[in-house]
Design a protein around this ligand. Structure first.
Ligand SMILES: C[S@@+](CC[C@H](N)C(=O)[O-])C[C@H]1O[C@@H](n2cnc3c(N)ncnc32)[C@H](O)[C@@H]1O
Length: 299
């Protein structure tokens, strides 16, 4: 399983679904605020996913930054819990002077790093709560990245207006229509433009969301695409995350006219001890936790 609401009291995936509810005690502030009573595996479309995730990230913005703010920094581009940095990986190529779009930017530390390295960056996110952190960090750093509130499934940008689009765990795990989202991103890229994004490695969905030994036990099917949905007492979604296999993502990318150039699976560095939700040294030594897709719109 692979929920990104790191460190939450989200119940583990038991591998069973279809309306079956598990019942954790609400632990996280966002869960209490939204009245989350449990989770299930069930279908959730675009409207429900957008409504739930917009409310979730608004409610969780404070906790997310208390937990991960120091790891993410304010003008640093960290791709993943394995701490791979764009400074070292250079997956985006030369970004100086390029028009770059950050997708699902959160507080936008990546966008500010890019701006600091000469890119013309626009950053967007669904959540006003996350964008409030981005605006505060803009002010604190003096790196004034333009911020837009938008849903990745329907981009408010002109066609062929960016040279590069990138995302570190933003938007893609949360959209119901990933094929449509990739088409939108391909549309706003100029010919030859790159789309590079990090997501939870799809194989993590077969395990419980546990950084310890319990997280080494297979409890679900890799092939089960049923979304992970947290719900309130009325059954309304309070958080939705969508699982796709590697093949599903490749097909959605190629269907959008993009070419896959690389699939990076960052290895856990020996010296890294920090646990991020279900990402840990124990699991990182054994199997990948992040998949970074490097793709391009043909010139
Ligand atoms: C795990 S956070 C990652 C944020 C940031 N990239 C980082 O590294 O901290 C996921 C982000 O995706 C955003 N998001 C979720 N669904 C989205 C959508 N449909 N469109 C745009 N952003 C979305 C959330 O609001 C949240 O800020």
């Amino acid at each position: 399983m692979s929920t990104l609401e790191a460190g939450s009291g989200a119940p583990e995936n038991t591998g069973e679904h279809s309306g079956e509810l598990t019942e954790p005690p609400p632990q996280r502030a966002a869960e209490r605020l939204l009245g989350t009573v449990g989770s299930e595996r069930r279908w959730a479309g675009s409207a429900e996913s957008v409504a739930a995730n917009s409310a979730w990230w608004d409610a969780d913005a404070d906790d997310y930054h208390v937990e991960h703010g120091a790891f993410l920094g304010v003008a640093d581009f960290v791709w993943c819990p394995e701490a791979l940095r764009e400074e070292d990986a250079r997956l985006l190529g030369d970004i100086a002077g390029r028009d770059v779009l950050e997708v699902g930017c959160g507080s936008a530390p990546c966008a500010r790093w890019l701006a600091d390295h000469g890119a013309h960056v626009t950053a967007f996110d669904l959540s006003a709560g996350m964008l409030r952190y981005a605006a505060a960090a803009n002010e604190a750093t003096g790196i004034d990245v333009p911020l837009v509130r938008a849903n990745a499934e329907a981009l408010p940008f002109a066609s062929a207006s960016f040279d590069v689009a990138c995302s570190a765990f933003g938007a893609i795990p949360f959209v119901a229509d990933v094929a449509g989202t990739f088409r939108e991103i391909a549309r706003v890229l100029r010919p030859g433009g790159a789309w590079v994004f990090a997501v939870t490695h799809p194989m993590r969905w077969i395990f419980p969301d546990d950084p310890g030994p319990n997280g080494l036990r297979v409890t679900g099917s890799y092939f089960d695409r049923t979304p992970y949905v947290e719900v309130d007492a009325d059954g309304a979604a309070t958080y939705v995350e969508h699982h796709r296999t590697l093949g599903d993502l490749v097909r959605a990318l190629t269907g959008a006219g993009l070419v896959l150039e690389d699939l990076v699976e960052p290895e856990w560095p020996d010296e890294l001890t920090e646990v991020w939700g279900q990402w840990s040294p124990l699991r990182g030594e054994l199997f990948p936790g992040t998949a970074i897709f490097v793709t391009r719109r043909p010139a």
